[in-house]
Design a protein around this ligand. Structure first.
Ligand SMILES: O=C(O)CCC(=O)C(=O)O
Ligand SMILES: [Fe+2]
Length: 711
């Protein structure tokens, strides 16, 4: 392509270069750079036969549930297309794209951040997501991106936008990262979001991979702040590294012949005042582009900085990047099992780029991956067979965990003591409520090798659950259906009465539950009958500590891969009875409780965001049972669980009060679904004979039992 073609390219982009725009988005500026956030005695491999036998309709509806999108092929969910209506169609399609930011973060190794612009790993800039308008002069051409470095903006209450109100801090971390990438010539993976007003074409999807770029220049320019004052901010010029890679973001018919290196050269000058060299970036003439210089942006004649236009040579200049080729692969190969993997390692929770259509797709299902491109009906699936994770490996994980003592602590506000019953030693914790009474109690039943080995006990359950299709899947936890949608870190499925909480989880009645679920339920019911009368401490009890308990009619099964967690939440839905019991199976985990932001409890040591430090944390091991009792504990506290191993299940049983369900039909269904099928007596966990003996209560417990509140 010669000079004329290059000129034509600039002409096509003319309106974009000259448009004066106000910032309309916050994404590129708002968030942290942080990336979101371990044996083997091989036993016969278990393979869940889901995709082959998964009924197509169910798969489709499951996918649509995961994404919250419709099945209408013409309705590709690109948000913010309204700002691009008058633009031409793209000349090609990106090799990887997504409808949701989390799909990009899960699937593309250089763009793992779920929000914000920069993805850095070990302080090295790896990727950028350019979404939203951050500068009046942000520009995208065939091979060049001019964008703000971002950072240091403030939320404008009136407009709800992140705006620059003062000069960008010269020590700004983002500036440091970009300068580092510039100086070391690091390839940066760039993804463009549909909210970027500089998009030269109609965005094909909400997020599209553009390619690897090199930071070729970084400078400071002035721009007009909302109050009319001038503020300085850092800008970066990025250049496509491989000149032969197709620029799909150009209009159809675009000449893709690259501008040769050396054909355009952007000149510059050294500053008389500071001595630093700056390029002639604007058609309006040279100025010093160093923010620290007194002459910074001192053009010969007064100018409206927002009206400045980038110099043609500045945009058309090309660098010889052959030393950086070949570029790292951006599309990861599909995950496959190896000799030491069991299939639940963190690498198997990452997303894939669908080899059929290019959509970045998250691991939604326990059994594997299904392309999330439901609007195009792609239908691609991929599995990595599981290998049974043996209890000996779980034991090794516990040994490692035992060396990390700091994981356990108890605040002075929590009353605690130990008792024993039914073959378990039981740790008892009394939690004060905001009225100063004991509003709730937590009992941790510590399993022994003997209790774990009981018929239908934890050992049997853990192994059986690994060979069973529990229908576990990750569900949208935030902003369902939108480009900001996030899935839960863990996998879930509900059995028995439907349990309505923040995350929609699919559910079937107990009559359709696999045997291990019913065995787990029996064990939790047994623990409840044993444990609840031990939930007594010698402080005055709040009303929510009534010892009325009901047989559980609901069970939520959670599955955790390596690095899966459940973040802080409560189990305080108004439909629930006061007792919630969880059986831990497999890898160990740390459970934490902290007072909620809105209570008066635990004010000391609050974070800037108002989060309170945890008041108690303890380790849960295979076979342990946690019983939370008393509705105030759910009202005033929240809990989180962080597993530390490769495979953990948690079976949590509750009582959904049918009388709290308004709709007659739903109430009926809850009663039916919560009914445990007859004939499961063989599965009932009997525990130890001594369990039944109420006489085991200590004198303190007996006195407290006497003083219980009655409602
Ligand atoms: O994984 C666990 O032990 C906790 C599960 C939990 O908190 C819940 O299901 O609400
Ligand atoms: Fe919970």
């Amino acid at each position: 392509m010669g000079r004329t073609t290059a000129k034509r390219e600039l002409a096509q982009l003319g309106p974009i270069l000259n448009t004066k725009r106000r910032r309309v988005d916050v994404a590129s500026d708002s968030a942290s750079e942080s990336p979101v956030a371990e044996i083997q005695q091989l036993t016969p491999s278990r393979s869940l036969s889901h995709p082959p036998s998964f009924p197509e309709q169910e798969l489709a509806s499951a996918i649509s549930n995961a994404t919250g999108a419709t099945n209408d092929a013409s309705n590709i969910p690109v948000e913010s297309n309204d700002i691009h209506v008058c633009k031409p169609e793209a000349c090609d399609r990106p090799i990887a794209f997504a409808d949701k930011r989390a799909q990009i973060a899960d699937a593309l190794p250089f763009n793992r951040n779920h929000e914000g612009c920069f993805y850095t790993s070990k302080n090295i800039l790896k990727g950028m997501v350019i979404d939203g308008a951050a500068s009046p002069r942000a520009t995208i051409t065939d091979s060049v991106i001019v964008t703000t470095v971002g950072g240091g903006r403030e939320l404008d209450a009136a407009s709800g936008q992140m705006l620059r109100t003062k000069d960008q801090d010269q020590g700004c971390r983002k500036y440091g990262r970009v300068m580092d990438a510039f100086e070391k010539r690091l390839p940066v993976s760039v993804v463009i979001g549909s909210k970027n007003p500089s998009y030269p074409v109609k965005p094909p999807r909400s997020f599209c991979f553009m390619g690897f770029f090199l930071v070729t220049y970084v400078w400071a320019e002035k721009t007009v702040a909302v109050d009319g004052s001038l503020v300085s901010e850092y800008m970066a010029r990025l250049e496509k590294i491989d000149p032969h890679a197709k620029s799909w973001w150009m209009p159809a018919g675009h000449d893709t012949e690259p501008v040769p290196v050396g054909e355009f050269q952007c000149d510059g000058n050294s500053c008389d005042s500071c001595g630093k060299y700056s390029k002639t970036v604007y058609t309006e003439g040279w100025t010093c582009l160093s923010m620290s210089c007194p002459e910074h942006f001192g053009f010969e004649r007064p100018l409206n900085p927002d009206g400045l236009v980038y110099n043609e040579a500045f945009l058309l200049e090309r660098h010889d990047n052959r030393d950086i080729l070949p570029l790292p692969p951006v599309i990861p190969t599909l995950p496959v099992a190896n000799e030491t993997s069991c299939g639940t390692e963190s690498e198997f929770k990452k997303g894939i780029v669908c080899p059929q259509c290019g959509l970045c797709s998250r691991r939604v299902y326990w059994w594997g991956w299904a392309c999330e491109n439901e609007s195009a009906g792609c239908g691609f699936t991929h599995m990595v067979p599981f290998t049974n994770y043996p209890l000996s490996s779980v034991k090794d994980e516990c040994t490692v965990m035992n060396t990390r003592r700091q994981l356990e602590h108890i605040d002075a506000s929590i009353e605690h003591r130990t008792t024993s019953s039914g073959g378990y030693s039981i740790e008892m914790y009394g939690f004060p409520n905001s009225e100063g009474l004991v509003g709730g109690a937590v009992a941790v039943f510590r399993a022994t090798p003997e209790t774990c080995g009981m018929p239908n006990g934890p050992d049997e359950l853990y192994l059986n659950m690994q060979n069973e299709d529990l229908r576990l899947r990750r569900n949208p936890a935030r902003a369902k259906g939108s480009r900001r949608e996030e899935l839960t870190s863990h996998f879930a499925f509900n059995y028995g009465a439907f349990y309505k909480f923040g995350v929609f989880v699919n559910s079937v009645g107990f009559k359709d539950a696999p045997a291990p679920i019913l065995a787990g339920l029996a064990q939790l019911d047994w623990a409840q009958s044993l444990g609840i009368t031990h939930l007594i401490v010698d402080r005055p009890l709040g009303k929510s500590m009534s010892l009325k308990s009901k047989k559980f009619n609901e069970l939520l099964a959670l599955g955790y891969f390596e690095e899966s967690t459940i973040s802080y939440h409560d189990d305080g839905e108004k439909e629930l009875g006061p007792t919630v019991a969880t059986l831990s199976l497999g890898s160990p985990a740390v459970m934490r409780f902290r007072p909620k932001r809105k209570t008066q409890l635990g004010q000391e040591g609050r974070s800037k965001r108002g989060d309170k430090p945890s008041v108690i944390s303890f380790v849960l091991r295979h076979g342990d049972i946690v019983i939370m009792h008393g509705t105030d504990i759910q009202r005033d506290y929240e809990h989180a669980v962080t597993p530390c191993g490769k495979l953990r299940f948690a079976l949590t049983a509750r009582f959904v009060r049918p009388e709290s369900i308004e709709s007659h039909e739903e109430r009926q269904r809850a009663v039916e679904n919560g009914q445990v099928p007859e004939g499961i007596a063989s599965m009932a966990y009997k525990g130890y004979e001594e369990a039944a003996a109420d006489a085991l209560h200590t004198p303190v417990e007996q006195q407290a039992l006497h003083n219980l509140p009655h409602d």
